[in-house]
Design a protein around this ligand. Structure first.
Ligand SMILES: *[C@@H]1O[C@H](CO)[C@@H](O)[C@H](O)[C@H]1NC(C)=O
Ligand SMILES: *[C@@H]1O[C@H](CO)[C@@H](O)[C@H](O)[C@H]1NC(C)=O
Ligand SMILES: *[C@@H]1O[C@H](CO)[C@@H](O)[C@H](O)[C@H]1NC(C)=O
Ligand SMILES: *[C@@H]1O[C@H](CO)[C@@H](O)[C@H](O)[C@H]1NC(C)=O
Ligand SMILES: *[C@@H]1O[C@H](CO)[C@@H](O)[C@H](O)[C@H]1NC(C)=O
Ligand SMILES: *[C@@H]1O[C@H](CO)[C@@H](O)[C@H](O)[C@H]1NC(C)=O
Ligand SMILES: *[C@@H]1O[C@H](CO)[C@@H](O)[C@H](O)[C@H]1NC(C)=O
Ligand SMILES: *[C@@H]1O[C@H](CO)[C@@H](O)[C@H](O)[C@H]1NC(C)=O
Length: 584
C-alpha cells in the first residue's frame, strides 16, 4: 500500500526509524499564507493530516491522547468523513475526547460520533503519505465558548498520537493507535514522539518527529517525568514561576528589585486553598505548594492558579479584560516594546521525577500574541496567561508555553521529556532516532538558547549603571529611553555552563546590529536551574470543592445516532481504499 518513492528522495528524507511530519507552514512554503496559520488567539501553525477515503488534508494540533478529533466537514464543504468509504461507523456519540484534557481548559463542546477510519500522516521532506487506522471522533459541531455566552467554531482538529485507551467503540474493535501501526510496519523505531510548536511571528517552523526527535529543538538538561498511564497524560509538577531578565537591565515597571543576579523574582502564588489541587499534588508525589500541570498543544494559553498571572501582570503594561479573562497589552505604553524586545522571560520551574529542577524560559517575544475576530473586533495584542480556579485541581500549559519548550513522550517507557526549546535562529536540524526501550534524550548545549535569540534582543543598560545614571542626573522616570540603549554584549564572549552532554565552550560570533559593546563589564554567569527566593504565597478566595470523582467523562453511549452514512462503509476493503492521489 505504501507509495513508491524515488530512491534519492527516500535517502534524503529521514533518519532511519523516524518520521518527520508536515506542518501547515511547511506545505505552503509561505508562513504568511493565511490558510496555513490559525487564530483567533495565535497566530499558530498546525500539522496537516489526511482523513478518510477523500484523503483531504486538514489542520490538526498534534497531541498525545488516544483519540483523533476531526470535523466531519471541512470549511468550504470538502472532505466529509460521513462520506468516507473507508469509515467504520460506530453508533457511539462522543463529546470531548482529548485524553489530555484540553476541553476543560479550552471551554469547547465538540459533539459527533465515533468512527474507525484511516488517517494519512504526511512526511515533511517528500510528501509521502503513511496510511494508518485509528479511532476518530467525527465532530459535527465544535463550538468554543468565550466571552458573553458567545461561541465560535473550531477549525483545527486534534491528532491523538497515543495508544487507544479503549479496546472497543460500541460494536467496533479499535485499532491499537497511530504510532503502533507505524511501528509495526517499520516506519518508526519506537512508540514515541518529539514536538516543538515553534513560532509563526518569528517564522520558526514547528517540529513533530515520530519515533525520535530533532536534537536541535531540545537544549540543555532534559527533565524526565512520568507519563501517567492511568490518566493517559503527562503529569508535571510546577514549583515556581519567575519573571526575569536573562542579561542586562530589567525592563519592567516597576523594575524587579535586584535581589538576584538576573533580576528575577518569583510570581508564583501557589494553588491557594484549592483542596482538590492539594489532593492531586499529593497523589502525584509533589511537595506542598507545587501544582500538577498538563501540557497540551490543543489548548492555546497558559492556564495558572489565581494570583500568578496577576503577579506577573503587575510588572507589565497590560489591562485585564474580565470578559476575555485575559490580559491585553497596552501597546501605547513605552514599556510594551521595551519588554517585548528585551531578553526578559517568564520562566517555569518544574521538578522532574528525581526532584531535579528544570527551568523553561518563555521569552516575552513569544508572549505578544494576537486576538482576532470573533474574540475582539480589531486585532489586539495579548499576554497569554489565564488565571483559572481549576475545579479539577490541575492546570495546563498550552501552545503559548510550548512555543518555548520541547516535549517528548515515550509510550513504551511511560516517560515524558521536557526541555528548553531554541529561539528562531536555531542550529542545524539533526534527526535522532529513539530506539525502543531507550531512556534519556539527547539535547544540544543550552548556550544555543542565547545565541538563537541574541539578534532579536535589545539588551538594556545594567541596573547598577542605570541607578548611578539616575542618581547623577535626577531623572526619576524609571527606565527611560536613554537606558534602553543596548550594552553588555561583549561580556558574553566566553560563557561556561554545565550541560547534559558535558561542558561546552561557546563563543559568541555576534556583536553588532544595534548592540553596543561595553568593555570591562562584569561577566554574567548563567546558572540554569538556580534557586530563587519567594515561594508559594497562599492567597484566599472561594474554591469549588464539589468536583467529579473521575477527572473527565469521555464519552456517552447513545442508542441511535441517525446519520446519512453510506451503507457500504461497514467493513474495510469494501469499495476499495486506494492510496491517496496526493503526493504521488
Ligand atoms: C456526500 O455524499 C452525498 C451522497 O452521495 C453527496 O450528496 C454529498 O455531496 C457528499 N458530500 C460531500 C461533502 O462530499
Ligand atoms: C448502527 O445502527 C444502525 C441502525 O440503527 C445499524 O443498521 C448499524 O448496523 C449499527 N452499526 C453498528 C456498527 O453497530
Ligand atoms: C485498517 O483496518 C482494516 C481492518 O482491520 C485492515 O484491513 C486494513 O489493512 C487497515 N489499513 C491500514 C492502512 O492499516
Ligand atoms: C461583552 O458584553 C459587554 C457588555 O455588554 C461588552 O461591553 C463587551 O464588549 C462584550 N465583550 C465581548 C468580547 O463581546
Ligand atoms: C449567559 O447565559 C446565562 C444563561 O443563559 C445568563 O444567566 C448570563 O447572564 C449570560 N451572561 C452574559 C454575560 O450574557
Ligand atoms: C507584537 O506582535 C505584533 C503582531 O505580530 C507585531 O506587529 C508587533 O510588532 C509586536 N510588538 C513588538 C513590540 O514586537
Ligand atoms: C507502560 O504502561 C503500560 C500501560 O499501563 C504498561 O503495559 C507497560 O508495561 C508500561 N511500561 C513500562 C516500561 O513501565
Ligand atoms: C528548585 O526550585 C525551587 C523553586 O524555585 C527552589 O526553591 C529550589 O531551591 C530549587 N532547587 C534547587 C536545587 O535549585
Amino acid at each position: 500500500m505504501r507509495p513508491l518513492v524515488p530512491l534519492f528522495l527516500a535517502a534524503a528524507a529521514q533518519a532511519a526509524g523516524t518520521f518527520q511530519v508536515l506542518w501547515t507552514t511547511d506545505s505552503s512554503g509561505d508562513p504568511d499564507d493565511a490558510n496555513a496559520v490559525f487564530g483567533p488567539d495565535g497566530p499558530w501553525q498546525a500539522i496537516y493530516v489526511g482523513v478518510g477515503s477523500s484523503g483531504e488534508s486538514r489542520p490538526m494540533w498534534p497531541s498525545g491522547g488516544g483519540t483523533t478529533m476531526a470535523l466531519t466537514q471541512l470549511p468550504g464543504g470538502a472532505g466529509s468523513i460521513a462520506n468516507s468509504s473507508t469509515a467504520l461507523r460506530s453508533n457511539v456519540s462522543m463529546a470531548s475526547s482529548d485524553d489530555w484534557f484540553s476541553s476543560i481548559f479550552v471551554g469547547d463542546e465538540p459533539s459527533g460520533f465515533g468512527v474507525v477510519d484511516t488517517v494519512d500522516i504526511i512526511q515533511k521532506v517528500n510528501g509521502q503519505h503513511s496510511q494508518v487506522n485509528t479511532t476518530i471522533v467525527a465532530v459535527e459541531t465544535w463550538p468554543v465558548n468565550f466571552a458573553n455566552n458567545s461561541t465560535y467554531s473550531a477549525r483545527v482538529g486534534i491528532l491523538g498520537l497515543g495508544p487507544s485507551a479503549d479496546k472497543r467503540l460500541g460494536s467496533l474493535a479499535v485499532p491499537a493507535g497511530i504510532l503502533s501501526d507505524l511501528k509495526s510496519r517499520g516506519d518508526i523505531a519506537s512508540l514515541s514522539f518529539g514536538l516543538h510548536i515553534g513560532s509563526v511571528p518569528f517564522k520558526q517552523r514547528g517540529s513533530l518527529v515520530l519515533g525520535g526527535h530533532e536534537r536541535n529543538r531540545a537544549l540543555g538538561p532534559v527533565g524526565v517525568f512520568r507519563y501517567d498511564t492511568t490518566e493517559s497524560a503527562p503529569l508535571l509538577l510546577l514549583l515556581d514561576v519567575l519573571l526575569g531578565t536573562h542579561i542586562g537591565g530589567s525592563p519592567f515597571s516597576p523594575p524587579i528589585s535586584e535581589t538576584t543576579e538576573h533580576s528575577s523574582t518569583s510570581v508564583w502564588r501557589g494553588v491557594g486553598d484549592n483542596f482538590r489541587a492539594d489532593e492531586i499534588t499529593k497523589r502525584v508525589g509533589g511537595k506542598p505548594g507545587s501544582a500538577v500541570i498538563m501540557v497540551n498543544p490543543a489548548a492555546p494559553y497558559m492556564y495558572l492558579p489565581p494570583g500568578t498571572c496577576e503577579a506577573a501582570a503587575a510588572h507589565l503594561p497590560v489591562t485585564f479584560s474580565p470578559e476575555l479573562n485575559l490580559f491585553l497589552w497596552d501597546t501605547s505604553s513605552a514599556a510594551y516594546g521595551r519588554i517585548i524586545n528585551s531578553p526578559s522571560y517568564l520562566a517555569f520551574v518544574f521538578a522532574d521525577r528525581t526532584a531535579t529542577n528544570i527551568t523553561i524560559k518563555v521569552p516575552f517575544h513569544l508572549l505578544n500574541l494576537t486576538l482576532e475576530a470573533p474574540l475582539v473586533a480589531t486585532p489586539t495584542q495579548y499576554f497569554p496567561c489565564r488565571p483559572l480556579d481549576s475545579a479539577y485541581g490541575f492546570w495546563m500549559l498550552g501552545r503559548a508555553f510550548l512555543q518555548a519548550a520541547f516535549l517528548g513522550v515515550d509510550y513504551e517507557r511511560n516517560l515524558t521529556y521536557l526541555a528548553q526549546a531554541p529561539g528562531p535562529d536555531m542550529e542545524q536540524s539533526v534527526l535522532v532516532e529513539r530506539p525502543a526501550g531507550r531512556e534519556g534524550l539527547e539535547s544540544n548545549p543550552i548556550e544555543e538558547w542565547e545565541s538563537s535569540w541574541m539578534k532579536r534582543w535589545t539588551v538594556l543598560a545594567a541596573n547598577e549603571e542605570f541607578l548611578a545614571e539616575q542618581n547623577g542626573n535626577g531623572n526619576g522616570n524609571g527606565l527611560g529611553v536613554g537606558a534602553t540603549v543596548g550594552v553588555v554584549m561583549g561580556v558574553l564572549a566566553f560563557v561556561v555552563a554545565a550541560c547534559v552532554g558535558g561542558w561546552y565552550w561557546w563563543k559568541t560570533k555576534r556583536g553588532g546590529e544595534g548592540i553596543t559593546m561595553v568593555p570591562g563589564q562584569e561577566e554574567p554567569k548563567e546558572e540554569w536551574a538556580r534557586g530563587y527566593q519567594g515561594f508559594a504565597e497562599v492567597d484566599g478566595g472561594d474554591r469549588p470543592v464539589e468536583v467529579p470523582p473521575k477527572m473527565m467523562v469521555h464519552e456517552m453511549e447513545a442508542p441511535h445516532v441517525t446519520h446519512e452514512a453510506p451503507g457500504n462503509g461497514e467493513f474495510w476493503g469494501e469499495g476499495g481504499h486506494a492510496p491517496k492521489g496526493q503526493g504521488s
